[in-house]
Design a protein around this ligand. Structure first.
Ligand SMILES: C[S@@+](CC[C@H](N)C(=O)[O-])C[C@H]1O[C@@H](n2cnc3c(N)ncnc32)[C@H](O)[C@@H]1O
Length: 257
């Protein structure tokens, strides 16, 4: 029986259970509206890289990029697909280490910013949902070797993850790697909502269907989904430099076909 199917859950877990099943928020609408609240060059705020409303430091951004490059073993020959790339802040930095980056995001606002401010020659952006199968047909000739999905698995349900893996398999070579970076950890929900006020805010938002983060993933459930799709999985702790290390984890997946 899956973690979220247990019936004897306490009140707090019950709330997570209901959210897990209902997925109430319109994330596409959200990511087309929220970035407009900020200035055109407030790149970190536009993609939520903040702590208590303040943009994270360059040290943190550089640590995120180094982690992506290391965890995916990105080298000069690689063609990297950056799914849910946002405003291209990370895509453009990763592109310095590889042959090409293809960035995909469903937010027209963020893709416009990416094309305006984060557009090196070896990066191309597509404004599409990563759940759109026609996208992967279009990418088949791009010789993608690595896929990165940073701080975005929270916007998807288990059935979406299954679809993403099936679509990814169509374009990845044998032994191709996928990194799902910075996944909210269901077991550490209260490390994020860590004061009485924040906890109360969580319950208020849950009741309205506007919880801020999205899907809080259970590691075991995630592992089962990925392994059932025939990929191997490694769950990685985040380096402590990251502002998210106390409530998020990374997952590296290897395709074999
Ligand atoms: C927190 S931002 C992260 C952006 C970028 N990966 C980063 O770390 O800077 C999450 C992104 O996921 C994108 N997103 C959410 N659902 C999506 C979907 N179905 N297809 C493509 N992008 C999606 C949003 O538009 C948003 O840009």
């Amino acid at each position: 029986m899956g973690y979220f199917n247990r019936t004897k859950a306490g009140n707090e877990r019950d709330y997570r259970f209901r959210f897990w099943r209902s997925r109430l928020k319109d994330w596409q609408g959200y990511w087309n509206e929220v970035p407009k609240q900020y200035g055109e060059t407030e790149f970190l705020k536009q993609v939520g890289k903040t702590t208590t409303g303040i943009s994270v430091s360059n040290v943190v951004v550089n640590a995120i990029v180094s982690n992506i490059v290391e965890e995916l073993s990105i080298g000069r020959e690689d063609h990297v697909l950056d799914l849910c790339c946002g405003n291209g802040l990370l895509s453009s930095k990763v592109s310095r280490q590889c042959a090409e980056v293809v960035g995909v995001d469903v937010s027209a606002v963020l893709i416009a910013l990416a094309r305006k401010y984060h557009q090196p020659e070896n990066v191309e952006y597509f404004c599409r949902s990563i759940l759109d199968p026609t996208l992967y047909a279009q990418l088949e000739s791009r010789r993608i070797t690595k896929i990165c999905v940073y701080e975005a698995l929270q916007y998807f349900r288990p059935e979406d993850l299954r679809l993403i893996l099936r679509l990814a398999r169509k374009i990845l070579p044998h032994d191709g790697l996928v990194l799902f970076g910075s996944i909210p950890d269901a077991e550490r929900l209260w490390s994020f909502y860590n004061t009485p006020d924040r906890k109360a805010e969580y319950f208020r938002r849950m009741a309205k269907g506007t919880e801020a983060i999205g899907t809080w993933w259970n590691k075991q459930e995630l592992r089962e989904i990925v392994e059932n799709e025939g990929f191997s999985v490694e769950i990685l702790a985040q380096t402590r430099t990251l502002h998210t290390a106390h409530y998020r984890f990374d997952v590296r997946i290897r395709s074999s076909r």
